[in-house]
Design a protein around this ligand. Sequence first.
Ligand code: AMP
Length: 415
Amino acid sequence: MRVLLVGGGGREHALALGLAGDPAVEALVAAPGNPGIAGVAQLREVTPTDPAAVAALAVEVAADLVVIGPEAPLVAGVADAVRAKGIAVFGPSAEAARLEGSKTFAKDVMTAAAVPTARAYTCEDAAAVARALDEFGAPYVVKDDGLAAGKGVVVTDDRATAERHAAECGRVVIEEYLSGPEVSLFVVTDGEAAVPLLPAQDFKRVGDGDTGPNTGGMGAYAPLPWAPPNLVDDVMRDVVHPTLAELRRRGTPFAGLLYVGLAITPSGPRVIEFNARFGDPETQVVLALLETPLGGLLHAAATGTLGAHPPLRWRDGAAVTVVVAAEGYPAGPRTGDVITGADRAGIIHAGTRRDADGTLRSAGGRVLCGTATGPDLAAARDAAYELVRDVELAGAHHRTDIAAAAVDGRITIPG
Ligand code: AMP
Protein backbone atom coordinates (compact mmCIF):
# COMPACT_ATOMS: atom_id res chain seq x y z
CA MET A 1 0.00 0.00 0.00
CA ARG A 2 1.28 3.48 -0.93
CA VAL A 3 0.17 6.15 1.55
CA LEU A 4 0.10 9.94 1.29
CA LEU A 5 -0.12 11.66 4.67
CA VAL A 6 -1.29 15.30 4.66
CA GLY A 7 -0.09 17.66 7.39
CA GLY A 8 3.07 18.57 9.23
CA GLY A 9 2.51 18.73 12.98
CA GLY A 10 3.07 16.47 15.96
CA ARG A 11 -0.08 14.48 15.24
CA GLU A 12 1.19 13.79 11.72
CA HIS A 13 4.61 12.75 13.03
CA ALA A 14 2.87 10.23 15.29
CA LEU A 15 0.69 9.05 12.39
CA ALA A 16 3.80 8.76 10.18
CA LEU A 17 5.54 6.58 12.77
CA GLY A 18 2.47 4.35 12.96
CA LEU A 19 2.10 4.09 9.20
CA ALA A 20 5.81 3.49 8.62
CA GLY A 21 5.68 0.66 11.17
CA ASP A 22 2.93 -1.15 9.24
CA PRO A 23 4.51 -3.87 7.06
CA ALA A 24 1.70 -3.40 4.52
CA VAL A 25 2.80 0.20 3.89
CA GLU A 26 5.48 -0.04 1.20
CA ALA A 27 5.82 3.70 0.56
CA LEU A 28 4.99 6.70 2.73
CA VAL A 29 4.90 10.24 1.36
CA ALA A 30 4.12 13.18 3.65
CA ALA A 31 3.11 16.65 2.50
CA PRO A 32 4.35 19.01 3.69
CA GLY A 33 5.64 16.93 6.63
CA ASN A 34 8.33 18.22 9.00
CA PRO A 35 11.94 17.41 9.91
CA GLY A 36 10.83 14.62 12.26
CA ILE A 37 8.57 13.03 9.65
CA ALA A 38 11.45 13.20 7.16
CA GLY A 39 13.04 10.34 9.10
CA VAL A 40 10.31 7.90 8.01
CA ALA A 41 8.70 9.39 4.90
CA GLN A 42 9.52 11.12 1.65
CA LEU A 43 8.46 14.79 1.94
CA ARG A 44 6.64 16.75 -0.74
CA GLU A 45 5.56 20.38 -0.80
CA VAL A 46 1.83 21.08 -0.88
CA THR A 47 -0.64 23.57 0.49
CA PRO A 48 -2.66 21.21 2.70
CA THR A 49 -5.88 23.23 2.33
CA ASP A 50 -5.78 23.23 -1.50
CA PRO A 51 -8.11 20.37 -2.57
CA ALA A 52 -6.97 20.29 -6.20
CA ALA A 53 -3.28 20.35 -5.27
CA VAL A 54 -3.59 17.53 -2.73
CA ALA A 55 -5.68 15.42 -5.13
CA ALA A 56 -3.12 15.94 -7.91
CA LEU A 57 -0.30 14.94 -5.59
CA ALA A 58 -2.21 11.80 -4.56
CA VAL A 59 -2.51 10.83 -8.23
CA GLU A 60 1.14 11.68 -8.92
CA VAL A 61 2.49 9.51 -6.10
CA ALA A 62 0.01 6.71 -6.99
CA ALA A 63 -1.41 6.70 -3.47
CA ASP A 64 -3.67 3.80 -2.49
CA LEU A 65 -4.65 5.69 0.66
CA VAL A 66 -4.56 9.38 1.63
CA VAL A 67 -4.59 10.14 5.36
CA ILE A 68 -5.56 13.72 6.24
CA GLY A 69 -4.22 14.85 9.62
CA PRO A 70 -5.46 18.40 10.36
CA GLU A 71 -8.96 19.84 10.40
CA ALA A 72 -8.49 22.76 7.99
CA PRO A 73 -8.02 20.56 4.86
CA LEU A 74 -11.08 18.51 5.80
CA VAL A 75 -13.26 21.58 6.20
CA ALA A 76 -11.83 22.87 2.88
CA GLY A 77 -13.00 19.73 1.07
CA VAL A 78 -9.66 17.98 0.50
CA ALA A 79 -11.14 14.53 1.26
CA ASP A 80 -13.89 15.10 -1.33
CA ALA A 81 -11.37 16.10 -3.99
CA VAL A 82 -9.21 13.02 -3.36
CA ARG A 83 -12.24 10.70 -3.33
CA ALA A 84 -13.36 12.19 -6.64
CA LYS A 85 -10.11 10.83 -8.13
CA GLY A 86 -11.13 7.33 -7.03
CA ILE A 87 -8.50 7.20 -4.27
CA ALA A 88 -9.35 5.91 -0.79
CA VAL A 89 -9.08 8.66 1.83
CA PHE A 90 -9.12 8.59 5.61
CA GLY A 91 -10.98 11.74 6.55
CA PRO A 92 -14.58 12.95 6.31
CA SER A 93 -16.21 15.04 3.57
CA ALA A 94 -16.40 18.81 4.04
CA GLU A 95 -20.10 18.44 4.89
CA ALA A 96 -19.45 15.86 7.64
CA ALA A 97 -16.39 17.80 8.91
CA ARG A 98 -18.79 20.60 9.88
CA LEU A 99 -19.18 18.54 13.04
CA GLU A 100 -15.89 20.24 13.96
CA GLY A 101 -16.04 23.30 11.70
CA SER A 102 -19.26 24.68 13.19
CA LYS A 103 -20.16 24.37 16.85
CA THR A 104 -23.76 25.26 15.96
CA PHE A 105 -23.96 22.38 13.44
CA ALA A 106 -22.49 20.01 16.03
CA LYS A 107 -25.12 21.06 18.58
CA ASP A 108 -27.89 20.55 15.98
CA VAL A 109 -26.71 17.03 15.26
CA MET A 110 -26.38 16.24 18.96
CA THR A 111 -29.88 17.52 19.67
CA ALA A 112 -31.36 15.52 16.81
CA ALA A 113 -29.49 12.40 17.95
CA ALA A 114 -30.33 12.94 21.66
CA VAL A 115 -26.64 12.94 22.55
CA PRO A 116 -25.90 14.10 26.11
CA THR A 117 -24.15 17.48 25.95
CA ALA A 118 -24.21 20.93 27.56
CA ARG A 119 -27.29 23.06 26.88
CA ALA A 120 -26.28 25.91 24.58
CA TYR A 121 -27.37 28.98 22.64
CA THR A 122 -25.88 30.41 19.47
CA CYS A 123 -25.67 34.20 19.95
CA GLU A 124 -25.00 36.90 17.39
CA ASP A 125 -25.43 40.11 19.41
CA ALA A 126 -24.73 41.52 22.86
CA ALA A 127 -28.34 41.19 24.06
CA ALA A 128 -28.48 37.50 23.22
CA VAL A 129 -25.05 37.00 24.82
CA ALA A 130 -26.25 38.71 28.03
CA ARG A 131 -29.41 36.57 28.17
CA ALA A 132 -27.43 33.33 27.74
CA LEU A 133 -24.82 34.34 30.35
CA ASP A 134 -27.63 35.22 32.79
CA GLU A 135 -29.36 31.91 32.27
CA PHE A 136 -26.31 29.67 32.77
CA GLY A 137 -24.42 31.75 35.36
CA ALA A 138 -20.71 31.36 36.18
CA PRO A 139 -18.43 29.74 35.23
CA TYR A 140 -19.16 31.12 31.77
CA VAL A 141 -18.33 29.09 28.65
CA VAL A 142 -18.08 31.16 25.44
CA LYS A 143 -17.00 29.50 22.17
CA ASP A 144 -16.16 30.99 18.80
CA ASP A 145 -18.55 29.31 16.36
CA GLY A 146 -15.86 28.58 13.73
CA LEU A 147 -12.56 26.71 13.65
CA ALA A 148 -10.15 28.17 16.18
CA ALA A 149 -7.52 25.44 16.63
CA GLY A 150 -8.65 24.75 20.19
CA LYS A 151 -8.10 28.36 21.20
CA GLY A 152 -11.52 29.91 20.57
CA VAL A 153 -12.99 28.88 23.90
CA VAL A 154 -13.01 30.98 27.04
CA VAL A 155 -14.07 29.48 30.35
CA THR A 156 -14.16 32.15 33.04
CA ASP A 157 -15.85 33.32 36.23
CA ASP A 158 -15.42 36.90 35.07
CA ARG A 159 -18.49 38.27 33.31
CA ALA A 160 -16.58 41.07 31.55
CA THR A 161 -14.06 38.60 30.12
CA ALA A 162 -16.90 36.43 28.82
CA GLU A 163 -18.61 39.41 27.21
CA ARG A 164 -15.38 40.68 25.68
CA HIS A 165 -14.63 37.28 24.08
CA ALA A 166 -18.17 37.11 22.68
CA ALA A 167 -17.83 40.58 21.18
CA GLU A 168 -14.45 39.70 19.62
CA CYS A 169 -15.75 36.49 18.00
CA GLY A 170 -19.02 37.79 16.58
CA ARG A 171 -21.04 34.58 16.39
CA VAL A 172 -20.58 32.48 19.52
CA VAL A 173 -22.00 29.46 21.24
CA ILE A 174 -22.61 30.03 24.96
CA GLU A 175 -23.19 26.97 27.03
CA GLU A 176 -23.71 25.43 30.40
CA TYR A 177 -20.50 24.64 32.32
CA LEU A 178 -19.75 20.93 32.61
CA SER A 179 -17.81 19.84 35.69
CA GLY A 180 -15.70 16.71 35.91
CA PRO A 181 -12.52 15.25 34.43
CA GLU A 182 -12.17 15.37 30.65
CA VAL A 183 -11.64 12.43 28.33
CA SER A 184 -10.68 12.32 24.66
CA LEU A 185 -12.05 9.27 22.88
CA PHE A 186 -10.95 8.61 19.29
CA VAL A 187 -13.26 6.50 17.16
CA VAL A 188 -12.22 5.12 13.76
CA THR A 189 -15.30 4.80 11.55
CA ASP A 190 -16.30 4.07 7.97
CA GLY A 191 -19.62 5.82 8.56
CA GLU A 192 -21.37 2.74 9.89
CA ALA A 193 -18.95 0.46 11.75
CA ALA A 194 -17.04 2.21 14.54
CA VAL A 195 -13.96 1.13 16.49
CA PRO A 196 -12.95 3.04 19.64
CA LEU A 197 -9.26 3.58 20.46
CA LEU A 198 -7.99 3.86 24.05
CA PRO A 199 -9.39 6.86 25.94
CA ALA A 200 -6.79 9.53 26.70
CA GLN A 201 -6.60 12.78 28.62
CA ASP A 202 -4.98 15.97 27.43
CA PHE A 203 -4.00 19.19 29.19
CA LYS A 204 -5.46 22.29 27.56
CA ARG A 205 -4.26 25.05 29.85
CA VAL A 206 -0.75 26.37 29.43
CA GLY A 207 0.24 26.26 33.10
CA ASP A 208 0.68 23.70 35.85
CA GLY A 209 -2.47 23.03 37.84
CA ASP A 210 -4.62 23.92 34.79
CA THR A 211 -3.87 27.63 35.01
CA GLY A 212 -3.49 30.24 32.29
CA PRO A 213 -5.02 30.40 28.83
CA ASN A 214 -6.21 27.48 26.69
CA THR A 215 -3.75 26.04 24.18
CA GLY A 216 -3.83 23.38 21.50
CA GLY A 217 -2.75 20.93 24.23
CA MET A 218 0.34 20.73 26.45
CA GLY A 219 0.56 16.98 27.07
CA ALA A 220 -1.44 13.77 27.25
CA TYR A 221 -1.51 10.28 28.69
CA ALA A 222 -3.30 6.98 28.13
CA PRO A 223 -4.90 4.80 29.29
CA LEU A 224 -6.96 6.38 32.10
CA PRO A 225 -6.64 4.38 35.31
CA TRP A 226 -9.51 6.32 36.90
CA ALA A 227 -12.06 5.95 34.08
CA PRO A 228 -15.29 4.09 34.85
CA PRO A 229 -14.98 0.55 33.40
CA ASN A 230 -18.02 0.89 31.13
CA LEU A 231 -17.10 4.38 29.89
CA VAL A 232 -16.19 3.43 26.32
CA ASP A 233 -19.19 1.12 25.85
CA ASP A 234 -21.54 3.80 27.18
CA VAL A 235 -20.10 6.49 24.92
CA MET A 236 -20.28 4.23 21.86
CA ARG A 237 -23.94 3.47 22.63
CA ASP A 238 -25.12 6.93 23.73
CA VAL A 239 -22.93 9.22 21.63
CA VAL A 240 -21.05 7.64 18.74
CA HIS A 241 -23.64 5.37 17.15
CA PRO A 242 -26.52 7.90 17.42
CA THR A 243 -24.29 10.64 15.94
CA LEU A 244 -23.15 8.45 13.02
CA ALA A 245 -26.75 7.39 12.39
CA GLU A 246 -27.93 11.01 12.37
CA LEU A 247 -25.24 11.96 9.84
CA ARG A 248 -26.17 9.00 7.63
CA ARG A 249 -29.82 10.07 7.88
CA ARG A 250 -28.83 13.55 6.66
CA GLY A 251 -27.04 12.02 3.67
CA THR A 252 -23.61 13.10 4.94
CA PRO A 253 -22.08 9.97 6.51
CA PHE A 254 -18.97 10.59 8.60
CA ALA A 255 -16.02 8.38 7.66
CA GLY A 256 -12.66 9.00 9.28
CA LEU A 257 -11.75 9.83 12.85
CA LEU A 258 -14.52 10.99 15.14
CA TYR A 259 -12.95 12.64 18.17
CA VAL A 260 -15.30 12.80 21.11
CA GLY A 261 -14.28 15.27 23.82
CA LEU A 262 -16.16 14.45 27.01
CA ALA A 263 -16.58 15.68 30.55
CA ILE A 264 -17.30 12.89 33.04
CA THR A 265 -19.93 14.72 35.07
CA PRO A 266 -21.88 13.53 38.13
CA SER A 267 -24.73 12.62 35.75
CA GLY A 268 -22.50 10.69 33.34
CA PRO A 269 -20.40 11.49 30.26
CA ARG A 270 -21.37 14.68 28.40
CA VAL A 271 -19.96 15.74 25.04
CA ILE A 272 -17.88 18.92 25.18
CA GLU A 273 -17.01 18.87 21.50
CA PHE A 274 -16.55 16.75 18.42
CA ASN A 275 -13.53 16.96 16.19
CA ALA A 276 -13.25 15.46 12.73
CA ARG A 277 -9.65 14.25 13.07
CA PHE A 278 -7.11 12.83 15.50
CA GLY A 279 -6.38 15.09 18.47
CA ASP A 280 -2.96 16.55 19.10
CA PRO A 281 -1.18 15.56 21.39
CA GLU A 282 -3.42 12.61 22.40
CA THR A 283 -2.58 10.84 19.12
CA GLN A 284 1.02 10.59 20.23
CA VAL A 285 0.12 8.48 23.29
CA VAL A 286 -2.75 6.47 21.80
CA LEU A 287 -0.75 5.37 18.75
CA ALA A 288 2.28 4.60 20.91
CA LEU A 289 0.15 1.87 22.52
CA LEU A 290 -1.56 0.55 19.38
CA GLU A 291 -0.11 -2.78 18.25
CA THR A 292 -2.52 -3.34 15.35
CA PRO A 293 -0.97 -2.07 12.09
CA LEU A 294 -2.23 1.49 11.53
CA GLY A 295 -2.30 1.52 7.71
CA GLY A 296 -4.62 -1.47 7.51
CA LEU A 297 -6.99 0.02 10.08
CA LEU A 298 -7.25 3.41 8.37
CA HIS A 299 -7.56 1.74 4.94
CA ALA A 300 -10.48 -0.36 6.21
CA ALA A 301 -12.23 2.81 7.45
CA ALA A 302 -11.53 4.56 4.14
CA THR A 303 -12.97 1.70 2.06
CA GLY A 304 -16.10 0.86 4.06
CA THR A 305 -14.73 -2.48 5.27
CA LEU A 306 -14.17 -1.67 8.94
CA GLY A 307 -16.86 -4.17 10.01
CA ALA A 308 -14.58 -6.99 8.80
CA HIS A 309 -11.44 -5.62 10.52
CA PRO A 310 -10.05 -7.82 13.33
CA PRO A 311 -10.32 -6.50 16.92
CA LEU A 312 -7.58 -4.03 17.90
CA ARG A 313 -4.56 -5.18 19.88
CA TRP A 314 -2.94 -2.90 22.45
CA ARG A 315 0.45 -2.94 24.16
CA ASP A 316 0.47 -3.36 27.93
CA GLY A 317 1.44 -0.35 30.03
CA ALA A 318 0.94 3.35 29.51
CA ALA A 319 2.15 6.27 27.39
CA VAL A 320 2.79 9.93 28.25
CA THR A 321 3.68 12.88 26.05
CA VAL A 322 4.95 16.27 27.24
CA VAL A 323 4.79 19.25 24.87
CA VAL A 324 7.69 21.71 24.73
CA ALA A 325 6.31 25.11 23.70
CA ALA A 326 8.08 28.20 22.40
CA GLU A 327 8.59 31.31 24.48
CA GLY A 328 5.41 33.38 24.38
CA TYR A 329 3.09 30.49 23.48
CA PRO A 330 0.10 30.64 23.22
CA ALA A 331 -0.27 34.45 22.98
CA GLY A 332 2.67 35.19 20.67
CA PRO A 333 5.18 32.38 20.23
CA ARG A 334 8.72 33.28 19.19
CA THR A 335 10.08 31.13 16.36
CA GLY A 336 13.47 30.66 14.71
CA ASP A 337 15.39 29.55 17.83
CA VAL A 338 17.96 26.76 17.57
CA ILE A 339 16.95 23.38 19.03
CA THR A 340 19.42 20.74 20.16
CA GLY A 341 18.89 17.28 21.61
CA ALA A 342 15.77 16.64 19.53
CA ASP A 343 16.99 14.05 17.05
CA ARG A 344 16.12 11.06 19.19
CA ALA A 345 13.53 8.30 19.29
CA GLY A 346 10.54 9.49 21.30
CA ILE A 347 10.86 13.13 20.26
CA ILE A 348 7.88 14.02 18.10
CA HIS A 349 8.33 17.12 15.96
CA ALA A 350 5.42 19.56 15.88
CA GLY A 351 6.66 23.05 14.97
CA THR A 352 10.23 22.60 13.71
CA ARG A 353 12.16 23.30 10.52
CA ARG A 354 15.65 22.46 9.37
CA ASP A 355 18.13 24.88 7.76
CA ALA A 356 20.15 23.79 4.73
CA ASP A 357 23.14 23.24 7.04
CA GLY A 358 21.12 20.82 9.20
CA THR A 359 20.40 23.20 12.10
CA LEU A 360 17.01 22.50 13.66
CA ARG A 361 14.91 25.56 14.58
CA SER A 362 11.55 26.25 16.18
CA ALA A 363 8.82 27.07 13.67
CA GLY A 364 5.62 27.07 15.71
CA GLY A 365 4.10 27.50 19.17
CA ARG A 366 4.13 23.87 20.12
CA VAL A 367 7.62 22.90 19.01
CA LEU A 368 7.98 19.23 19.86
CA CYS A 369 6.99 16.68 22.43
CA GLY A 370 8.66 13.89 24.33
CA THR A 371 6.61 10.69 24.07
CA ALA A 372 7.41 7.58 26.06
CA THR A 373 5.80 4.32 27.07
CA GLY A 374 6.39 2.36 30.27
CA PRO A 375 5.05 -0.58 32.24
CA ASP A 376 2.84 1.84 34.17
CA LEU A 377 1.85 5.50 34.07
CA ALA A 378 4.53 6.64 36.52
CA ALA A 379 7.28 4.97 34.50
CA ALA A 380 5.98 6.38 31.21
CA ARG A 381 5.74 9.86 32.76
CA ASP A 382 9.30 9.72 34.10
CA ALA A 383 10.60 8.56 30.73
CA ALA A 384 8.75 11.32 28.85
CA TYR A 385 10.20 14.00 31.17
CA GLU A 386 13.65 12.51 30.72
CA LEU A 387 13.33 12.99 26.95
CA VAL A 388 12.22 16.59 27.40
CA ARG A 389 15.06 17.37 29.84
CA ASP A 390 17.65 16.75 27.15
CA VAL A 391 16.09 19.19 24.66
CA GLU A 392 17.60 22.67 24.55
CA LEU A 393 15.56 25.57 23.17
CA ALA A 394 15.93 29.13 24.44
CA GLY A 395 12.86 30.41 26.29
CA ALA A 396 10.98 27.11 25.97
CA HIS A 397 8.44 26.06 28.56
CA HIS A 398 6.50 22.92 29.37
CA ARG A 399 4.10 21.76 32.05
CA THR A 400 5.65 19.78 34.87
CA ASP A 401 2.44 18.04 35.98
CA ILE A 402 1.42 15.99 32.94
CA ALA A 403 -0.27 12.78 34.19
CA ALA A 404 0.67 13.69 37.79
CA ALA A 405 -2.87 13.67 39.21
CA ALA A 406 -3.58 10.30 37.57
CA VAL A 407 -0.30 8.82 38.84
CA ASP A 408 -1.11 10.02 42.37
CA GLY A 409 -4.73 8.80 42.24
CA ARG A 410 -6.06 12.35 42.64
CA ILE A 411 -8.66 12.26 39.83
CA THR A 412 -12.19 11.69 41.01
CA ILE A 413 -15.53 12.00 39.34
CA PRO A 414 -17.64 14.56 41.24
CA GLY A 415 -21.00 13.50 42.52
P1 AMP B 1 -13.35 22.96 23.00
O1 AMP B 1 -12.57 23.72 21.97
O2 AMP B 1 -14.82 22.98 22.79
O3 AMP B 1 -12.79 21.59 23.25
O4 AMP B 1 -13.06 23.65 24.40
C1 AMP B 1 -11.75 23.77 24.89
C2 AMP B 1 -11.75 23.47 26.36
O5 AMP B 1 -12.63 24.36 27.05
C3 AMP B 1 -12.25 22.08 26.70
O6 AMP B 1 -11.27 21.10 26.59
C4 AMP B 1 -12.70 22.29 28.12
O7 AMP B 1 -11.60 22.26 29.00
C5 AMP B 1 -13.25 23.67 28.12
N1 AMP B 1 -14.71 23.62 27.91
C6 AMP B 1 -15.37 23.69 26.74
N2 AMP B 1 -16.70 23.59 26.91
C7 AMP B 1 -16.90 23.45 28.23
C8 AMP B 1 -18.08 23.31 29.06
N3 AMP B 1 -19.31 23.32 28.55
N4 AMP B 1 -17.90 23.18 30.38
C9 AMP B 1 -16.65 23.20 30.91
N5 AMP B 1 -15.52 23.34 30.20
C10 AMP B 1 -15.64 23.47 28.88
